[in-house]
Design a protein around this ligand. Structure first.
Ligand code: FES
Length: 321
């Protein structure tokens, strides 16, 4: 787990929509917070010991605060419920420095931002950054209803409001979001960014791929990973290239856990194959990729894997550790 490095205070908590609250975090000592780019997230160490990742959704030019927004997910793993129930104004928290696995492509001629529900958090930050740099972009924001849409007021008052289209499922006749039309209308060379519920992201990415959009113009960030079942057998071994030590990984253990039990620390964050923090080079052997982070091309190369969740198809993996 990444060590917390920043001590912050919850300066403001605000209800943004039913089940969605935003939290403004300021530094405990009054110093400016580390700079960040759109798409960044922080690890938040919650009062009950859980650690969760949340995207920063304020303007990246701001250094006096970080803003996160959290949807209470009753079916989740408990992090969002803990945030809603335990984190009040004045609460002191520890967070990591911002990290970015969902960055804007600087040279893109146009950016297409697609947000589903609470996936608006990194997307809104991207809109702020693109607008402030004068870059060309469109944003589509899909939610179940207007009432359940966070940040409506903020977007309406933003200088880029005319670049944002809202789509609600409860619109008469269904959602107004016509993805095919949006993709067909995108200028040549457009980069697409999507964040939201898994079904929404799969729909967007599958449709774009089917229409021939290349992988390097599709950018996405999953919030949580569905469990992917390993197709390989249970146990295998990993070898540490630097020391030659060979470590058994039993079926009930992740590679990260097996390594830690033998004194080899791999830094982790999400521990579910979403964030990329534990990315490790594989020198030989065939990984069984069970993550939601690598692209199909990266998986096919078999030269890196996410040991917090992925396993091995071959009896031995040699790791560049
Ligand atoms: S810790 Fe996030 S992908 Fe492994």
């Amino acid at each position: 787990m990444n060590q917390p490095v920043l001590n912050v205070v919850v300066a403001r908590r605000r209800d943004e929509a039913p089940g969605i609250a935003s939290f403004e975090l300021t530094s405990e000592n009054g110093q400016p917070l580390p700079a960040f780019d759109a798409g960044s997230h922080v690890d938040v160490h919650l009062p009950n010991g859980l650690v969760r990742q949340y995207s920063l959704c304020n303007d990246p030019r701001e250094t006096h605060r970080y803003l996160i927004a959290v949807l209470r997910d009753e079916a989740g793993r408990g992090g969002s419920k803990a945030v809603h129930e335990l984190v009040r104004e004045g609460e002191r928290l520890q967070i990591s420095a911002p990290r970015n696995h969902f960055a804007l492509a600087q040279q893109a001629p146009h950016h297409l931002l697609l947000a589903g529900g609470i996936g608006v958090t990194p997307i809104l930050c991207m809109a702020e950054q693109l607008a402030s740099s004068g870059a060309s972009f469109d944003m589509h924001y899909c939610t179940r209803s207007k009432e359940r849409t966070a940040f409506v007021e903020r977007i309406a008052q933003a200088g880029f409001a005319q670049s944002v289209q809202f789509h609600h499922d409860d619109h008469p006749g269904g959602s107004t979001f016509d993805l095919e039309q949006v993709l067909n209308g995108a200028p040549a060379g457009t980069h697409l960014y999507v964040c939201g519920p898994r079904g929404f992201m799969d729909f967007v990415l599958d449709t774009a791929r089917a229409k021939g959009w290349p992988g390097d113009r599709l950018h996405y960030e999953f919030f949580g990973a569905p469990a992917i079942q390993s197709t390989a057998g249970g146990s295998f071994q990993v070898r540490i290239a630097s020391s030659g030590a060979t470590i058994d990984v039993p079926p009930e253990c992740t590679v990260v856990q097996a390594l830690a039990a033998n004194g080899v620390e791999v830094i982790t964050s999400c521990e579910q194959g979403v964030c990329g923090t534990c990315l490790t080079r594989v020198l030989s052997g065939e990984p069984d990729h069970l993550d939601s982070y690598l692209t199909d091309e990266e998986r096919a190369a078999n030269d890196q894997f996410l040991p917090c969740c992925s396993r091995a198809k071959s009896p031995l993996l040699v790791l560049d550790l």
